[in-house]
Design a binder for this molecule. Structure first.
Ligand SMILES: NC(=O)C1=CN([C@@H]2O[C@H](COP(=O)(O)OP(=O)(O)OC[C@H]3O[C@@H](n4cnc5c(N)ncnc54)[C@H](O)[C@@H]3O)[C@@H](O)[C@H]2O)C=CC1
Ligand SMILES: CC(=O)C(=O)O
Ligand SMILES: [Mg+2]
Length: 603
């Protein structure tokens, strides 16, 4: 048994060494003695070789035996597997928080080992450090809090941010994920507790894009919360005040962006889980000024578009038929509108025609039409005209069931944040779809907010559907050896590559062309045989490979548009002269891989 564990771990180590440099370069450290053991960036626990123990003043501070990295790895995995065994039969919440705790303790102690186990076991661990468990962690963050991670800028820090940013210990930061906690997954306003999302997203950056963990920065902008329960919670760790609004709010975000830009002008800032009004407002405000993007609007759009194009291929039709697909989008928020924007642009590109009438958008009040009172300006361009709805026998505010029955859509796509909104009647109505392979995308997170479960989708909508969800579900056993494949339609397939490609390009801003290149790369990644089997996205086990491809596509687009200025010692001219293959190699070469590097002490 034990030998088996060792063998498979060794295999994993070999497999994932693909993007590593053969001999690790030394890392300069300014600490000695016990401080080294307490620094998770440099700590190797019992793995410090004797010579290094001498050099860093560690002799006597550790038990005498030197344990190899592989042995440390196996020891952790054994503890993890026993925890799994010991918590069998307990509730989802108890088990997943226990798993999160054991990983979090390793994260806090030894980042090199943490990221290695994460990379090698990404399928098992992504659901813990990312959706769905990260949602539960955010909901319980104030109680779970032990050690800080990332930075917190609050409404009380106005006027101080330019100096505060220098409190961060790293010289260089490449990637920042920023939230104000106002719309955490489908869980609503979680205030300061939303910091779990930037932490989880940046873990995915390290695992998928190989961003060096010493160069990432999770950030919480605490401008208050409108969540009454949190305001009354005695453990709540954030500001106890209602959210700032209007100019007061924007002044805080402006000051933060200026401070980041002043210290790290080339850092990429990913906006994450902002409520819709601020998601769109900040994107418009900063996108030409800073190298930033909004993952919920732009990352999600690319992943959804890749899935939508996949469903056309799954029907055995050419991509030009995308323009004929009838798509019902449920949720007119930042994610749903982002998807519609990108899908409509894709229709124009593919078919050469203008805006397309085959998209139907619903929000909490049903079908959106031009008749809607007080329609949000961002949603207005997608509202149906009276003539269009009358032609379909529909009306303003028609229910989802009515819309599905009348439209017979090829695709039903949920980004509503409402669990179970694709109920039995809706799913059964999808059996009358005009598609030979109707597609159901239940993209809301976490699992409790998915518009339907995978089992219900295959049970009610039929076995010939293509199914995707934002959080992972197991494949569905359809009997007689048949399997209903579950895809994970999550922006994790794009944001790491968008971030890495943009970083290596050194572009001043992230253009539509760079984002489109990312989506197209993902869309063309899967082979026809896989698509025929309903597999629209790569396995999460190959997330490092797909991320390298996406990053290379983004970098190529930046070079093509003349936006690339280069990064580090590779300048614009060198990038321009690289072939496609060389660009991909350049990306891979820049992906950090967790191995212990020799530590050299400098005063
Ligand atoms: N799978 C993925 O990669 C991603 C998933 N999401 C998920 O999408 C969900 C929505 O995110 P945002 O658009 O940013 O939120 P949002 O709050 O901006 O928008 C939610 C929209 O859903 C609508 N809605 C609420 N109840 C509804 C109902 N019963 N029927 C139809 N529509 C209803 C609202 O009116 C609103 O238009 C969240 O659960 C989030 O986790 C978001 C980004 C990426
Ligand atoms: C995946 C993601 O970004 C969200 O659910 O908000
Ligand atoms: Mg998000």
């Amino acid at each position: 048994m034990w030998r088996g564990v060792v063998r498979s771990a060794a295999l994993n180590l070999r497999n994932s060494r693909r993007y590593s440099t053969a001999i690790p370069l030394p890392s300069i450290i300014h600490k000695r003695g016990i401080d080294v053991l307490h620094d998770p960036w440099f700590n190797k626990d019992t793995g410090f070789p004797l010579t290094e123990r001498d050099r860093l003043g560690l002799r006597g501070l550790l038990p005498p035996r030197v344990v190899s990295f592989e042995q440390q790895y196996d020891r952790f995995m054994e503890s993890y597997r026993s925890l799994e065994k010991n918590t069998l039969g307990q509730s989802y919440g108890v088990v997943s928080l226990a798993k999160w705790r054991i990983l979090n303790r390793l994260h806090d102690r030894n980042e090199t080992l943490y990221y290695r186990v994460l990379i090698d076991n990404i399928k098992d661990f992504a659901p813990i450090i990312y959706t769905p468990t990260v949602g539960l962690v955010c909901q319980n963050y104030s109680g779970l809090f032990r050690r800080p991670r990332g930075m917190y800028f609050s409404a009380k820090d106005k006027g101080e941010m330019m100096s505060m940013i220098y409190n961060w210990p790293a010289q260089q930061v490449d990637m920042i994920v920023l939230t104000d906690g106002s719309r955490i997954l489908g869980l609503g306003d979680l205030g300061v507790q939303g910091i779990g999302i930037p932490i989880g997203k940046l873990d995915m950056y390290v695992a998928a894009a190989g961003i060096n963990p010493q160069r990432i920065l999770p950030v919480m902008l605490d401008v208050g919360t409108n969540n009454q329960k949190l305001l009354e919670d005695r453990l709540y760790l954030g500001l106890r005040q209602p959210r700032l609004e209007g100019e007061e709010y924007l002044e805080v975000v402006d000051e933060f962006m200026e401070a980041v830009h002043a210290r790290w002008p080339k850092a990429i800032v990913q906006f994450e889980d902002f409520q819709m009004k601020w998601a769109f407002e900040t994107l418009h405000r900063y996108r030409n000024k800073f190298c930033m993007f909004n993952d919920d609007i732009q990352g999600t759009a690319g992943v959804a578009l890749a899935g939508l194009l996949g469903t056309v291929r799954a029907q055995g039709r050419p991509l030009t038929d995308f323009a004929d697909q009838k798509i019902v989008v449920v949720g007119a928020g930042s994610a749903g509108l982002g998807v519609l924007n990108m899908a409509i642009q894709a229709v124009s590109r593919i078919s050469g025609s203008g805006a397309d009438p085959h998209f139907f958008l619903l929000d909490k009040d049903g079908l959106l039409t031009k008749e809607r009172k007080g329609i949000d300006p961002a949603a207005a361009p997608f509202a149906k005209t009276l003539a269009e709805t009358e032609e379909m026998g529909l009306r303003e505010g028609a229910s989802l069931v009515e819309v599905v029955k009348k439209v017979k859509p090829h695709v039903l796509l949920g980004l509503s944040g409402v669990g179970g909104v694709f109920h039995e009647e809706v799913l059964k109505a999808m059996r009358e779809s005009d598609s030979t392979k109707p597609a159901i995308f239940a993209m809301s997170n976490p699992t409790t907010k998915a518009e339907c479960t995978a089992v219900d989708a295959f049970k009610h909508a039929g076995e010939n559907i293509v199914f995707a969800s934002g959080s992972p579900f197991e494949n569905v056993d359809l009997g007689n050896g048949k399997v209903g494949h579950v895809n994970q339609a999550n922006n994790m397939y794009l944001f790491p590559g968008i971030g890495l490609g943009s970083l290596l390009s050194g572009a001043h801003y992230i253009s539509d062309g760079m984002l489109q290149a990312a989506a197209e790369c993902l869309a063309s990644y899967m082979k026809d045989e896989e698509i025929q089997m309903g597999i629209l996205y790569p396995s999460i086990n190959s997330i490092r490979e797909i991320t390298a491809e996406v990053a290379a596509a983004v970098l190529r687009a930046a070079i093509g548009e003349g936006l690339a200025e280069g990064h580090g010692d590779v300048g614009a001219k060198e990038l321009e002269h690289m072939s496609e293959g060389e660009i991909l190699d350049h990306v891979k070469h820049n992906m950090w891989y967790p191995i212990y590097s020799p530590l050299v002490h400098e005063r």
